[in-house]
Structure formats: structure tokens, C-alpha cells
Design a protein around this ligand. Structure first.
Ligand SMILES: [Zn+2]
Length: 150
């Protein structure tokens, strides 16, 4: 489904996992499959359940999960699955499973670069956190303020 014209939001998420605990796309895929997320069928015919568009790892490297022109599965509220590009960083929880901004310096750098790149592509897009639309702590920092002038 082509939906470029609809994209007006960049939404930041976290995996809700503790510090220094890496999460692979494969693992995320299994988690989201278990939650019955709507898959995206990739060009090779594989079903991809992981609902974000981009996953940012602890070392600042990132992986593309869904192309921009495919709906995400990451926020039921506000029609965000249709409107937003979803970037998720690995982390967001402390060792007691309390919400916590655990972003590493490389992750912060990559998130900023990705936000700037996407804002270049979608100049009118607002940058928000999941928590701005849903009763959650995710992504455990104020994305709206942090990226206001990105
Ligand atoms: Zn989220």
C-alpha cells in the first residue's frame, strides 16, 4: 500500500527492555507476532510482524524493518499506524522494569540523524513520542521537545 502522502508524523518508541540488553529484529518479530500484529509482506513474500519501520540498536547501528510506504503496527491511537513512521530504540526500561531513558550516546546520535533525514523527506511531519498518543511511558523521554528544532 502506497501511503507517502499520508505521512505527517515521526513517532519514537522503545522496546521496553533493560540497559545493555540487545534486541534483534527477529526477536521483535516474534514478540509482535505473538500479539497478532498485522504483518507486512516483504518483496520475497515473507511476513514481517515487527511493527516499527526502523530499529536502533545499542551501538547506534540501525535496521530498516518496514519501508516508509508500508503501514506500521505500533500505535492504535490517532490513526498513527497510517500516519507515522515509527522509529524504535532498544531499551527504555531499568533493571526493575521501570520506564527509564536508557539511550546510549550512539543511539542518541543515530536517532537525531534519522529524525533529521525523515524530516528532510517529510518536511511537515511532527516528531512525537508514543506517550503523546497513548497512556504509556514509551519512549521514556520527551521526544516532542527534544526534536522540536531538529
Ligand atoms: Zn511505543
Amino acid at each position: 500500500m502506497k501511503r507517502k502522502a499520508e505521512i505527517d508524523t515521526i513517532m519514537i518508541h522503545c522496546t521496553d527492555t533493560p540497559p545493555r540488553r540487545e534486541v534483534s529484529v527477529k526477536e521483535l518479530d516474534a514478540w509482535h507476532k505473538a500479539r497478532n500484529f498485522e504483518p507486512y509482506v516483504d518483496p520475497k513474500g515473507r511476513k514481517v510482524y515487527a511493527g516499527y519501520h526502523i530499529l536502533v540498536h545499542l551501538d547506534g547501528s540501525y535496521e530498516r524493518i518496514r519501508p516508509d510506504d508500508q503501514r506500521g503496527q505500533h500505535c492504535k491511537q490517532g490513526n498513527m499506524n497510517n500516519r507515522a513512521i515509527a522509529i524504535c530504540y532498544v531499551g527504555g526500561s531499568d533493571n526493575n522494569h521501570k520506564p527509564c531513558d536508557t539511550r546510549t550516546e550512539p543511539q542518541k546520535k543515530t536517532l537525531l540523524t534519522l529524525v533529521r533525514t525523515l524530516k528532510g523527506r517529510y518536511p511537515h511531519a511532527q516528531v512525537v513520542g508514543h506517550r503523546d498518543y497513548a497512556p504509556k511511558a514509551c519512549p521514556c523521554f520527551d521526544a516532542k521537545t527534544e526534536y522540536k528544532n531538529a
